[in-house]
Design a binder for this molecule. Sequence first.
Ligand code: HEM
Length: 387
Amino acid sequence: MPHPVDSKTAYQDYHHTPRVTQDAHGEWHVHGYQEAKQLLQEDLRQAGFNADAVLAAGLSPVLYQHGEKHREQRKHLAKFFNPTTVSKKHTATMERMADEILADFKAKKRVDLNEMTVRMALNVMCVIVGLKPSEGLLARFNNMLHAPPEPKTAFGKWWLTNVEGNLRRFRFLWFDVLPAIRARKKNPQEDVITYMLDSKQTTMEIWAECLVYGAAGIATTQEFISAAFWHIRQRPELQEILRNGDEDARMKMLHEILRLEPVIGKIYRKSTAPITITSEGETLTIPENSLIHFYVYDGNADEQATGACPYHLKTDREVGRGVSRSLLSFGAGPHRCAGEFVALYESDIFLRKLFALPLHVESGPDVARNPHVEGYEFRNYWLVLDE
Ligand code: HEM
């Protein structure tokens, strides 16, 4: 039921269903925030993002690990992602990157926002991981992250599934990952590739990790910046926060936008042992090896966690202790997003600089569904610089 003060969102995928259900195939569906958070703290196996294929290929980058190996890896990686490192080490680079992208906009006068946001997200991810940003890398990632139109013939489908996808990943290995490994062997830096070389990981492991960081860090941040721009454009009080609010106020606003517009709409896990959870005073036991679907949109609009008016964009929303302001948008538990602060800082920096320019929206955006993450994609969002 829409609430009288609901905010108009660019993309909505809310369901009104019980908090936890089990379907006829034995799969579990979690819609309540507290239940999702409780379950995601458990040592479950990743079951989304093509997990079966990745694990069958003998690879296990961070997103697909679990247990002790995963805890160790996250412990070592934490130093690249914590708020102090991000704000002290990376914000100057982010400022420079945003300036370069916006200088290009000033020169061209008309640009698709999506082209700018993907560049920003790619360049920042490269710094954290240790890859060298280039036009070629951007094209390779765009091809890998955004599926081409569905082929019409059976041969076309076979080619796309069995050959094209592998070729794209191979090109990424050859043109981006191998040169980065050679560069880091000669000249180690504080980044993910250097850490992986130091911990004696193989070229294939480094390649798989780079793919995960690219997929996790680029498309997500690219879309989020566009969604945030769309909201802020429509509400002068949000523009005021962006221009004159302190960091805390700006971060609260970005979290609240992300709560309503989570980029990743669904998270999947498989239980490795029976798990017991409590939902509305009832104890439920999820058997071993069950597939669990987590509905991020629903958890984020769960009134028990958000308080009144869950569909309203309220930048000073009070959430309970231990509840992230964007609720499940960065996930929860051991796999909670590693790049949360990176994403928030780069969005803040880029948006502040963009809103300082005199511009108008010529057309768009077209908002489409991204089947890979069950979230949204902003396209054809044309901005024109005013003289
Ligand atoms: C607004 C932007 C972003 C959103 C909404 C987002 C969202 C998420 C979510 C929901 C997960 C958990 C997936 C699961 O539990 O199955 C995740 C994991 C992850 N994210 Fe992000 N992310 C964003 C930006 C970034 C950035 C900028 C980076 C890195 C530069 C990054 C790196 C990662 C990594 C490495 C993981 C896997 C962590 C693990 O499995 O331990 N993310 N992200």
